[in-house]
Design a protein around this ligand. Structure first.
Ligand code: MN
Length: 734
């Protein structure tokens, strides 16, 4: 071909593309499409594809797939330009100047996706999915162009080497076809699957193709006969509809045979009758049910084969009525009924929202964003790539079950969902408070697998109780799994423990019991032991998580107090605490805002240690007293707000800090020795101690010098882990 011929040939091709787009978008900006084509043509000049044809045929092919999807003109332009940054020297800035932000961003998005290399290693795979999801969140059209790109490459895959072919086909089957499915673009999904199937298993493909062909004429004749009978009935009933015979795509036949173990002749829907009702909105929907009724009056429906995806759309918004009837010649025939709009949604999925004059569907966008957001949330939380892939596969590939609340509200969940998934689908709070479930009026275990049309009632506890960790094994939906995990992140064990202590205090207070005295008393310790806990911490966590009722504990305490003498007041104290003297601020490692070398002392009431949030209070003539921010005395001093000053810890404190630590333990020999050694091991210097033994329970107080809050924490943990130690904690005034 001469240069001039090639030029003329290109012009013809771009005119064909323009004609295709104009068929659905008469207001098309032809000039935009031409400019984009010319830009790409210049950029790719001299490049050829493996097939030997000029490279420009590839972007042109991708743009034509986008036109098949009825996408808007900017997407068409971006499709023409999608490889210019990756494969030629063109700069993004150049594109932006020439075509504006929107098109440049689309091209940039596709370029980023193109640089993703999917590998078999799961780590890399998960990482690449993450990138893909981020790209989808920015603009769905990026994924649509990428899918069109992949489809065109699959259509021309024969020119690649054998190994490369297999790799691309596998990737298409594992990544791109499921994405097309999730986006509801069945037109793309089917072709991607069949092309990959043909590449990966050429013999199996040929075999199934031959089996289908051998029966095709026969089956199609039956479908056509049925179609013309139904068309006549629809005409009499004044239901405007278009009837077509549809052949099942080969990969889905293979899938049914390979994965579900069906025999070829057990697959009823090799050919199906598709009835598309032409009227829109409610009229069309009514027509669908009318058409279905007519079909069922003509031919006997097969039990269990009727599915109403209009009343219960799939997660990817697919809507249709499906039924299988015993057709006119006595063999099963599948019939699908839908309106024109539903049909477009089914063929083009999310792409349908850029269809000419359809405008944006706000609800679909919200659902889309919610879905992408949930994927992004889970990717942030899920550190284990294997688990992340498992979850993503659930979201992308799994079938759904349709379940209902007792009020009839539908919840669509992935297959394998349990009442836990259902509870979290209703509301996070319902999920957290779940204690059991009824399905169709009967109590079921929480691992029960929900089935279609189950009516699920979640039984909840009133008190705020949290999810159990075992639930992660019971939950299938990413929503439930995320919420359970989030709960564990938020409600750290420490917080739950504090909540437990607080709730017990409240309950004791409500009974006018001396709750402060009871803390750490042998009475309470005995009650805790009786409840089955060796360590106080575990007891308070259980209490905080709502697994124990504070009321029951209080009753047990009251019973014990009635039989016992009551709480013994502990009175032993030995060595007096070292007197604290005021030191200059830099020795304590405290900075006072705006002042240098000022007299600073640590408040005796709350003995702050480095790391504690602190405030400084100007005591007249005595420098600055540093309190813990949560010290109750600080609240009292708030009357003189002008006397507060900002103070901060700085690194390199050379002095130790005095803290009081209580250690409660069941008395045993050599306990004191072990405790003292633990203090020493953590570099804490005991300056004074005291204690009392009461009913087998030893309660000891230590005043010790420690360096930092961090050290204090590890010291407390070590003390708690000592044999027979029941609780160890820092004593602060309250
Ligand atoms: Mn490409």
């Amino acid at each position: 071909m001469s240069v001039l011929d090639a030029k003329r040939h290109h012009e013809d091709l771009v005119e064909e593309l323009i004609a295709e787009v104009e068929a659905y978008n008469p207001d098309l900006d032809r000039d935009l499409v031409r400019r984009a084509f010319e830009f790409a043509e210049r950029a790719h000049a001299g490049q050829t594809r493996r097939s030997g044809e000029e490279f420009i045929h590839h972007p042109l092919g991708v743009a034509r797939v986008c036109a098949e999807l009825h996408l808007d003109e900017r997407t068409i332009a971006a499709a023409l330009l999608h490889d210019v940054i990756e494969d030629t020297g063109s700069e993004l800035e150049e594109l932006r100047a020439e075509f504006g932000d929107e098109i440049a961003q689309l091209v940039e998005g596709v370029t980023k996706l193109t640089r993703i290399r999917f590998q078999s290693r799961e780590q890399a795979e998960a990482e690449n999915y993450r990138k893909m999801i981020v790209a989808m969140a920015q603009d769905r059209r990026v994924i649509l162009i990428k899918l069109a790109d992949r489809l065109h490459n699959m259509r021309t895959i024969e020119y690649l080497g054998r190994q490369k072919q297999a790799q691309k086909a596998r990737e298409t089957l594992e990544v791109y076809a499921p994405l097309a499915h999730r986006l509801g673009i069945h037109a793309l999904k089917w072709e991607l699957e069949d092309l990959s199937f043909q590449t990966l298993h050429p013999r199996k493909y040929a075999e199934i193709k031959a089996m289908v062909a051998s029966q095709r004429a026969d089956r199609e004749a039956q479908a056509e006969k049925a179609g013309s009978i139904l068309a006549e009935e629809l005409r009499k009933a004044d239901v405007p509809a278009d009837i077509a015979v549809r052949a099942k795509h080969l990969y889905s036949i293979y899938d049914k045979m390979a994965k579900r173990g069906r025999e070829f002749n057990e697959i009823y829907d090799l050919t199906a009758l598709r009835v598309v009702c032409e009227r829109s909105e409610e009229d069309g929907t009514r027509d669908c049910y009318a058409a279905l009724g007519l079909a069922h009056s003509l031919w006997k429906p097969m039990p269990g084969r009727f599915k109403d995806f209009i009343a219960m759309p799939k997660l990817n918004r697919y809507r249709s009525l499906h039924t299988t009837v015993i057709g006119p010649d006595g063999r099963p025939l599948e019939i699908q009924v839908r309106t024109r709009e539903m049909h477009e949604d089914a063929e083009y999925g999310v792409a349908a929202h850029w269809l000419y004059k359809r405008g944006k569907d706000a609800k679909a966008d919200d659902e889309w964003l919610a879905w992408v957001r949930s994927l992004m949330d889970s990717q942030q939380e899920e550190q284990d790539p294997g688990e992340y892939m498992r979850m993503l596969r659930t979201d992308l590939f799994q079938d759904e079950v349709y379940t209902f609340t007792p009020k009839g509200e539908m919840k669509v969940l992935p297959v394998g969902s349990t009442p836990i998934d259902f509870a979290y689908a209703v509301h996070t709070d319902v999920g957290h408070r779940t204690v059991g479930a009824k399905v169709n009026g009967r109590i079921v275990p929480l691992h029960y697998n929900l089935k279609n049309s189950d009516i699920v009632e979640i039984l909840t506890s009133k008190s705020g109780r949290g999810p159990s960790r075992d639930w992660l094994a019971l939950a299938t939906s990413s929503r439930a799994r995320n919420k359970i995990r989030q709960w564990y992140q938020r409600e750290t064990r420490g917080e739950t423990e504090a909540k437990g202590r607080e709730s017990l205090d409240q309950a004791l207070k409500a009974q006018n019991l001396p709750y402060r005295k009871l803390q750490g008393s042998s009475v309470l310790a005995q009650v805790i032991r009786e409840t089955g806990f060796k360590k106080a911490e575990d007891f308070y966590v259980a209490l905080g998580a709502g697994k124990l009722q504070p009321g029951q504990i209080v009753n047990k305490v009251i019973q014990r107090l009635k039989t016992d003498e009551g709480v013994t007041e502990p009175v032993v104290t030995t060595k007096p605490a070292k007197a604290r003297t005021a030191v200059s601020s830099d020795r304590l490692g405290i900075t006072v805002a705006g002042v240098e070398d000022v007299l600073v002392r640590l408040a005796r009431c709350c003995t702050p240690v480095p790391g504690d949030p602190i405030v400084g209070y100007i005591s007249l003539g005595r420098g600055i007293t540093v309190h813990r921010a949560d010290c109750p005395n600080v609240k009292a001093l708030q009357r003189n707000p002008e006397r507060f000053t900002d103070v901060e810890w700085e690194g390199g404190a050379s002095a130790g800090f005095l803290v009081q630590i209580a250690v409660d333990a069941w008395d045993r020999s050599r306990l004191l020795e072990d405790v003292a050694r633990t203090f020493a091991e953590h570099g804490a210097n005991i300056v004074s101690y005291g204690g009392v033994v009461d009913d087998g329970m030893a309660r000891n107080w230590y005043t010790a010098e420690v360096g930092e809050v961090k050290e204090l924490r590890s010291l407390l943990t070590a003390l708690r882990n000592l044999d027979a130690v029941f609780d160890a904690y820092r004593v602060t005034p309250s």
